[in-house]
Ligand binder design. Structure first.
Ligand code: PLP
Length: 362
């Protein structure tokens, strides 16, 4: 028997969440964001589960795109950070990949490359994030130059990224929508994309032609400190009790002795720690499900273990199942208590956590 620490990926939940994207954006094409190993869920597993139901995939870099091509994903794949070196361009052509062009540096390298075929590009517009992308004015001239360049395929697409869509009262989002719409109309662009998950769920004016769902596909809400009941958690992070022992009043638990037993009580040890991606900053009291019942975390999170108060689970035994997040224990709740977001919890899943998947029989 090996260490019982697993992330189980529920592909039926993934498909149900994709259906929610379609319910919110029924007219739009869908670019499923599977960068960073599909937010820790396994890019190959996720892409295979939804390949027939999405119009494209989005990844961060060429290596991530190649992972999908290597498993015969034939849908369009958009590389969100474009390319880092011109040597990537012939591979991008050969693999029929699309790239986002966000800087004048990239654009210059693209137009002066010697390519066998033109590349499909998305011009990234900075409408308010002030990270990557051209100002709307620069985007007009880049778009016009791109139209005349043999290395760039038609149609030329436009995209931008929302900075504050998770705040439903954000003035910045209003402004981003206005700037992007004006540009799309001015250039008569046929294919444009602005919405991430928060845009899809909260801002219908951001939908344009293509939506780019990430976190909602994995069943977590993009909005802070909230859980969306329409979405189903895809990842079940689970382990087992590897020790149950009696501790006595005054005994302290774990590194730094941050928790003291108020009475004689059972204390459980679970085989999961920050090396597995469980957040080290999870505070005392963070819920953990032991035998489907909530028990509180006590003491500090260690590299390989956590300790839990089993007073409300007096019959718990070594080998009993423990859920860290998933169905009935939203990752959003653990993230919020730990001062982070579900995105980070998923992406930080440790390499030694075994991953498997299942699909519910419908
Ligand atoms: C350009 C771009 N589009 C879409 C997404 C998906 O965002 P979310 O996971 O919030 O839906 C991301 C994720 O960071 C992104 O970088």
């Amino acid at each position: 028997m090996t260490r019982p620490t697993n992330a189980i990926i529920n592909t039926s939940a993934l498909q149900a969440n994709l259906q929610q994207v379609k319910n919110h954006a029924p007219q739009q094409k869908i670019m499923a964001v599977v960068k960073a190993n599909a937010y820790g869920h396994g890019a190959a597993r996720v892409a295979n589960a939804i390949a027939n139901d999405v119009d494209a995939f989005a990844v961060c870099c060429l290596e991530e795109a190649m992972q999908l091509r290597d498993i015969n994903i034939s849908q369009p794949i958009v590389i969100l950070e474009g390319f880092f070196h011109p040597e990537e361009l012939p591979i991008i052509v050969k693999q029929d990949l699309q790239i986002v062009i966000s800087t004048a540096h990239q654009f210059k390298q693209l137009i002066k490359a010697k390519l066998e075929q033109p590349i499909n590009i998305w011009i990234k517009v900075d409408t308010g994030m002030h990270r990557l992308g051209f100002t709307p004015k620069e985007a007009v001239s880049i778009y016009q130059l791109a139209e005349q360049n043999a290395n760039i395929a038609e149609p030329i697409r436009l995209m931008s990224h929302l900075a504050c869509a998770d705040d439903l009262n954000s003035d910045i989002t209003e402004q981003q929508i206005k700037l992007f719409s004006t540009l799309v109309e001015h250039l008569k662009v046929e294919e444009a994309s602005l919405a991430n998950s928060a845009g899809i769920l909260g801002w219908p004016e951001t939908h344009f032609n293509w939506v780019r769902p990430g976190i909602m596909l994995y069943g977590a809400s993009p909005f802070p400190d909230s859980v969306n009941k329409e979405l189903q958690p895809v990842m079940q992070l689970q382990s087992q009790l590897i020790s149950v022992k009696r501790c006595y009043k005054g005994d302290t638990i774990g590194y730094g002795a941050t928790w003291t037993c108020p009475q004689t009580m059972p204390v459980g040890v679970v085989a999961i720690g920050y090396a597995d991606g469980y957040p080290r900053h999870a505070p005392i009291g963070t819920p953990v499900l032991v035998n489907d019942k909530r028990v509180p975390l006590i003491g500090r999170v260690s590299m390989d273990m956590i300790t839990v108060d089993l007073r409300n689970q007096p019959n718990a035994r070594v080998g009993d199942p423990v859920l860290l997040w998933g169905k009935d224990l939203p990752a959003e709740e653990i993230a919020s208590l730990s001062g982070t977001i579900a995105y980070e919890l998923f992406c930080n899943l440790g390499g030694r956590v075994k991953k498997g998947s299942f699909a519910k029989l419908l």
